[in-house]
Design a protein around this ligand. Structure first.
Ligand SMILES: O=C(O)CCC(=O)C(=O)O
Length: 261
């Protein structure tokens, strides 16, 4: 199985419409190169462009949904389309990730559970998701997480309990905490004996330089590939069977004592 993480630069100089078109083209270019394509968090607005959340919020089946469903089916790939600022029919906002099948059908939507910002930004502007979400691909079961979620190991353990073998993290992680990003991605892979595919953004928006350095880690904690700081497509080959062999050969998950389901 091949996965491409599209680490785009999110900058204010580019309109949301233009970025949406550019990202759709990049997804289409993955036809034949990847089975699964992953995009970052809130790439239409930027994860720190708080004012734009309200201005650019869209219904679940809004313009980003439409463009990404079409890009997935044109390319014939599974597409984790990153997240959008979703406006619920009741008016509240959520940071919602979308996963499309190669025929362009929505297979999963995940509302970010842990909102970032403490008492400001996303934490006050957006509602919190409540549900863990997994989606079955032909070769692996994917568990969904978004950015700040990476700091909460219990979410990932819950996804593993729900059958996840590949953990996809869509993010807009800032450069100033890049060391945490790499460390936590590896930790989540090792402790859950799962692949971690973590896709962030490049560039600077709302005055916050982004970390880039999207990363793919295997169930033994080995880094299969890591992007640099700029815009880049990171394509990595994965052997999905490595989850089962790692869990069989080093069965630490079976030795859980606390919180076991
Ligand atoms: O946890 C962090 O350091 C970054 C989190 C973040 O930027 C986000 O969730 O948008």
């Amino acid at each position: 199985m091949r996965a491409s993480l599209i680490q785009i630069a999110v900058e204010e100089g580019e309109s949301v419409e233009s970025r949406r078109g550019r990202v759709a083209s990049l997804v289409r270019e993955q036809a034949g190169a990847a089975d699964l394509v992953v995009l970052p968090e809130l790439w239409t607005t930027g994860a720190f462009a708080y004012e734009a959340f309200t201005d650019q919020a869209e219904p679940l089946e809004g313009p980003t949904y439409e463009a990404m469903a079409k890009a997935a089916s044109d390319a014939g790939v599974w597409l984790h389309a990153g997240s959008i600022p979703e406006r619920d029919p009741d008016g509240s906002l959520y940071n919602t990730s979308l996963v499309f099948s190669p025929s362009g059908e929505l297979k999963a939507a995940y509302r970010k559970i842990h909102r970032f910002g403490f008492d400001k930004g996303e934490a006050v502007l957006m509602g919190a998701g409540r549900d863990l979400v997994t989606v079955r691909l032909p070769e692996t079961t994917v568990g969904l997480a978004t950015c700040y979620d990476l700091r909460f190991p219990e979410l990932f353990r819950g996804l593993v309990d729900a059958g996840a073998e590949t953990l996809v993290v869509s993010a807009g992680w800032p450069e100033r905490r890049r060391a945490h990003w790499t460390l936590l991605a590896q930790a989540r892979a090792v402790e859950n004996q799962a692949f971690v595919l973590a896709c962030g953004t490049a560039g600077t928006h709302a005055g916050v330089p982004q970390a880039g350095h999207s990363i793919v880690v295997d169930p033994w904690g080995e880094v299969l590939g890591q992007a640099g700081p700029g815009e880049e497509i990171l394509t990595v080959g994965l052997d999905p069977a490595k989850v089962a062999t790692t869990r069989e050969q080093f069965p630490a998950l079976k030795d859980r004592v606390l919180g076991r389901r």
